[in-house]
Design a protein around this ligand. Structure first.
Ligand code: URA
Ligand code: SF4
Length: 270
């Protein structure tokens, strides 16, 4: 890394679309450590009114007010790996390591519980996120909040939400591989500091950024993957689900699967 671094819903209201399938999930892709699918009724709370969850704002008060000059950061991974959380936040906000800095309103580091069980990783900020400085606050975010709510979870409560790239790709295009590579040290440091018990990758860009894997998303679902010893589960991006409503049921299955993976991991620790 060079100094360049410095530089369910709407109708997930779910309606019938979020009804679980009867058949088991992706049994063809069972891997060692595979956690079997179990059927669970669709939560009644997945109703449109419930989807209107108000996300907590990004608490920048946690960011050190003392100037952390990213220019003073030796531009290498070990420098990033020495950053504490406030310094990391500040460094991301000041980062100009890729061309996405040019058109952003602000970088969007992430939001949530700094001692999370769950880390959800999306693609990159969209227009609303760029303005508000918080990930997943647009339509896709409402769906993500409804998905969390259906698991009795909420952003900020044992959940942290981040993106593969921290700055909005113009026109909401998919981030380029080089941009994800430039941003990866920030994400890696976030993961190292947050120490989540499970990581859920939302869509192909997140899969590419974290796992360096470009297989079709469908072929990776239903498996317990791993990053730095942390279990990883893959599912569809909420924005994709908004366009492909029938796949919401699959995403719901994926989240139930992730919860079982998390529980299995927690039990193996006791
Ligand atoms: N889509 C993403 O991948 N991330 C966001 O923060 C918002 C939409
Ligand atoms: Fe830096 Fe990441 Fe923003 Fe690129 S997308 S400027 S690497 S914070």
């Amino acid at each position: 890394m060079s100094l360049s671094r410095e530089q369910m819903l709407v109708e997930m209201g779910i309606t019938p679309l979020w009804v679980l399938r009867d058949e088991p999930l992706e049994t063809a892709h069972e891997a060692p450590g595979h956690v079997p699918a179990a059927s669970e009724p669709l939560p009644a709370k997945l109703l449109p009114a419930e989807a209107a969850h108000q996300p907590a704002g990004l608490d920048l008060s946690a960011v050190s007010t003392s100037p952390v000059s990213t220019s003073s950061i030796a531009a290498d991974i070990s420098a990033v790996n020495s950053l504490d959380w406030p310094a990391l936040q500040r460094a991301i906000l000041e980062c100009r390591a890729c061309q996405l800095c040019e058109q952003r309103k602000q970088a969007v580091p992430g939001v949530g519980d700094l001692n999370p069980d769950w880390l959800f990783i999306g693609e990159g900020p969209g227009a609303e996120e760029d303005v508000r400085g918080e990930p997943f606050v647009g339509q896709a975010g409402k769906l993500l909040d409804a998905m969390l709510d259906s698991l009795d979870m909420a952003r900020g409560n044992k959940v942290y939400i981040a993106n593969a790239v921290k700055c909005r790709p113009p026109g909401n295009r998919t981030p380029e591989a080089a941009e994800m590579a430039a941003c990866r040290p920030w994400l890696e440091r976030q993961i190292a500091l947050l120490k989540p018990k499970i990581i859920v990758l939302l869509g192909r860009a997140a899969v590419h950024a974290v796992l360096k894997e470009d297989k079709a998303l469908g072929s990776l679902r239903g498996q317990r993957l791993e990053y730095a010893g942390i279990p990883v589960v893959v599912t569809y991006h909420p924005a994709y689900l908004l366009r492909n409503l029938p796949d919401k049921a699959k995403a719901w299955e994926d989240l139930l699967f992730a919860r079982r993976v998390l529980r299995a991991a927690s039990q193996s620790l006791v």
